[in-house]
Write a protein that binds this ligand. Structure first.
Ligand code: F6P
Length: 319
């Protein structure tokens, strides 16, 4: 393979730049030409791409966001759009594609793969919701960002003797809430994978109050089917303690990537490009334990997520 493309797609994640850098520099070091495609599949459809050089990806390793920019492309969801994307790749002579993104981006990549394009999926999403890999790029940074926020909230919640609900991102996956809740010592963790029990939440808060705790922290994933406002109102009524909620939103998606995310990004992207160089079929790159792995793209997307009940149980015991 002589010429490959790289794009970032869907919600950005810290570490995407590190993944772009690794894709470009691995490709160049193997004698390939690497094209950076802007604004994900949207830019591919419009032919927005340029040849990347070694220095094109200088000084980006430590930056959040993505220098290639990203988009959620409606046009690309259609059969017509996908055919046009294949035509564009042919026009530019691009034989293989590194897609850095989440579930939706991988499904888009699979459609291209079915039309004969060699696609390597590199998991870039803060949600950690791709079943085939232990971790996705950006998740670790997002968890650490939430941890810093929990720390700040603890100070002010204690000062006012309040209960604070922190609503974190993750779509229908509770991993950000679970990991940040456990590492941040939350009193209650609410995730979509476990049916919420509001009475239990109130009992836990009351138990803390009765034992002299000045505050309670509840970490709730956005995918839990009760709004934070509603939950705050019920908890306040039932416990008699002022209850506030905070939705940090996009703050979780920005910021300098953690060392772990930079490492993951560098290892995964470099694997993706080496597989393209060897003319491999489309794959999803992931990490299993400490091993970088590559699964057939369609098989990877068929895998079902397993909730980390072990972590949830530890959090329950330690709360
Ligand atoms: O997939 C990443 C993510 O940040 C989710 O956690 C969140 O639900 C969603 O994207 C927000 O999407 P948008 O950027 O379109 O508002």
């Amino acid at each position: 393979m002589k010429r490959i493309g790289v794009l970032t797609s869907g919600g950005d994640a810290p570490g995407m730049n590190a993944a772009v850098r690794a894709a470009v520099r691995t490709g160049l070091s193997m004698g390939m030409e690497v094209y950076g495609i802007e604004r994900g599949y949207e830019g591919l459809l419009d032919g927005e791409m340029e040849k990347m050089e070694w220095h094109s990806v200088g000084d980006i390793l430590q930056r959040g966001g993505t220098i290639l920019r990203t988009a959620r492309s409606e046009r690309f969801r259609t059969e017509e759009g996908q055919k046009h994307a294949v035509d564009m790749l042919e026009t530019f002579g691009i034989e293989g594609l590194v897609v850095i993104g989440g579930d939706g981006s991988f499904h888009g990549g699979l459609e291209l793969a079915r039309k004969g394009v060699a696609v390597m999926g590199v998991p870039g999403t803060i949600d950690n919701d791709l079943a085939y890999t232990d971790y996705t790029i950006g998740f670790d940074t997002a968890v650490n960002t939430v941890l810093a926020m929990i720390s700040n909230l603890r100070d002010t919640a204690s000062a006012h003797e309040r209960t604070t609900i922190v609503e974190v991102m993750g779509r229908s996956c509770g991993d950000i809430a679970l990991y940040a809740g456990l590492a941040g010592g939350a009193d209650v963790i609410l995730v979509p994978e476990v049916e919420p029990d509001i009475n239990m939440v109130c009992r836990r808060v009351l138990r803390g109050q009765q034992s002299g705790k000045l505050h309670s922290i509840i970490v709730k994933a956005e995918g839990v089917k009760i709004s934070s406002a509603e939950l705050a109102s019920v908890v306040e009524k039932k416990t008699g303690r002022e209850t506030r909620f905070v939705v940090p939103g996009y703050i979780q998606r920005g910021g300098t990537p953690s060392g772990r995310d930079r490492l993951l990004a560098s290892m995964m992207s470099s694997k993706a490009v080496k597989l393209l160089f060897n003319d491999e079929q489309s794959k999803a790159i992931g990490i299993n334990g400490s091993d970088i792995v590559a699964y057939d793209l369609a098989d990877a997307l068929d895998m079902k997520s397993e909730f980390r009940k072990d972590l949830y149980d530890i959090a329950e015991t330690l709360a």
